[in-house]
Design a protein around this ligand. Structure first.
Ligand SMILES: Nc1ncnc2c1ncn2[C@@H]1O[C@H](COP(=O)(O)OP(=O)(O)OP(=O)(O)O)[C@@H](O)[C@H]1O
Length: 366
């Protein structure tokens, strides 16, 4: 798939912007803090309704203004889609697909398929389990609408159940405990679907990631991803029942896929605990490259690849591998200098220069 254009109004440091992309390799370059990542963020927002930086709407709207607009035109499997997004202080997002407003932001998922690779992806390997759950959820939600719907319901149930656990601690009653029984059944119902989706996703990723990682490391390393569910599907209900006293004591839900984790093994060793920084970075790269392949298989089109300031972090072998993997995928690369491209390992189709919230087509004399 291809993003043809992005229009921004009062978005971050852009008062007004229209940018038309090439269907192959696009470079957005400029000094720090000029607005490169902001452009990628606007596209990510139209893909998932959320900022990849976890920013709130009020942080995204240009300072001193009250509303922001994004318009994105994409072409997927030969069909044109236009996404309009309207952000306003104190209001939820207004979103329209091809001019038709949608009621819930989740309806947006799956139209624009993006694989974003940024230096923060190292956190998936290095940081705590919530980063890995977020990774699974964001990727799966883009590819599987049923998973997304189960996830939304599951999260609601966990929140409601936690609220009830708190209420019971103030005011224990027979009715409240009966309501808790109902939430337990819902927790297990939606939770089992989450576990199934994650098992399937990690199995699919494993079929792809080992080969990519082996090629990236000249055959020296075998990467394997292991899904560590907090509870098995078969014992889910029993474990929730057994945990009830503990849940009431701590006033939170202790059992369920909201506590799952993943472990990345390189040659049988947990890379989070024993891997070098370089090995962790390579594992993150393998993961992203696998995602591209998985998206291709599932949507029968290519995703849009966003590389946010990552090339300079990779050694030349890994840079070459990444560049060779781009192939026919539309790619938007942000960077602070053009040297690595002028040294010309990569065919660049369009270059944009960003200066303080303004975008210029690159000319040689720049
Ligand atoms: N709501 C906002 N209103 C106005 N300007 C904003 C807003 N949010 C961020 N900015 C500005 O956007 C700029 C940062 O943009 P961005 O994150 O895209 O930088 P970048 O070019 O990718 O930089 P780097 O190379 O450092 O990552 C900063 O100048 C910041 O002050």
């Amino acid at each position: 798939m291809v993003v043809e254009s992005i229009d921004l109004k009062n978005f971050r440091n852009y008062e007004i912007l229209n940018i038309n992309f090439d269907s192959n390799v696009n470079i957005i370059y400029g000094d720090n803090a000029q607005g490169k990542t902001n452009i990628l963020e606007s596209l990510y927002l139209c893909s998932t309704s959320k900022s990849h930086r976890g920013s709130k709407d009020k942080e995204i709207i240009k300072l001193g203004t009250s509303e922001a607009h994004i318009k994105v035109n994409v072409k997927k499997n030969g069909i044109n889609y236009r996404i309009d997004m309207h952000l306003k202080h104190g209001k939820s997002k207004g979103i329209a697909i091809n001019g038709i407003p949608i009621r819930k932001a989740v309806e947006l998922f799956g139209i624009i398929n993006i694989v974003l690779f940024s230096p923060e992806d190292l956190n998936i390997i290095k940081n705590g389990p919530s980063e890995r759950r977020r990774f699974m959820d964001m990727e799966l939600s883009q590819l599987d609408k049923i998973y997304l719907s189960n996830l939304v319901n599951y999260n609601k149930v966990v929140n409601q159940r936690n609220k009830l656990l708190k209420d019971i601690s103030f005011n224990p009653s027979k009715e409240s405990l009966e309501t808790l029984d109902i939430w337990d059944i819902q927790l297990v119902k939606f939770g089992k679907e989450i576990i199934k989706g994650r098992v399937r996703f990690i199995n699919q990723l494993n079929e792809i990631v080992a080969d990519i990682h082996s090629k990236l490391t000249g055959g020296k390393e075998k990467l394997e991803i292991k899904y560590i569910p907090n509870v098995s599907e078969d014992n889910f209900y029993e474990n929730v029942s057994e945990s009830r006293d503990r849940d009431l004591r701590y006033k939170v839900t202790n059992v369920g896929p909201h506590k799952d984790d993943l472990v990345f093994y390189i040659n049988g060793q947990d890379v989070r605990k024993f891997g070098s920084q370089g090995q962790q970075r390579t594992a993150a790269l393998s993961l992203k490259l696998s995602e591209i392949e998985l998206v291709k298989i599932i949507i029968k089109d290519t995703p849009i690849l966003l590389l946010d300031d990552v090339l300079s972090e990779l050694d030349s072998n890994r840079q070459n591998f990444l560049i060779n993997s781009i192939g026919d995928i539309q790619t938007i690369i942000t960077c602070t200098g053009l040297d690595e491209f002028i040294n010309s390992r990569i065919d660049v189709n369009k270059i944009f220069r960003v200066v303080n919230g303004q975008v210029f087509d690159y000319k040689e004399e720049d």
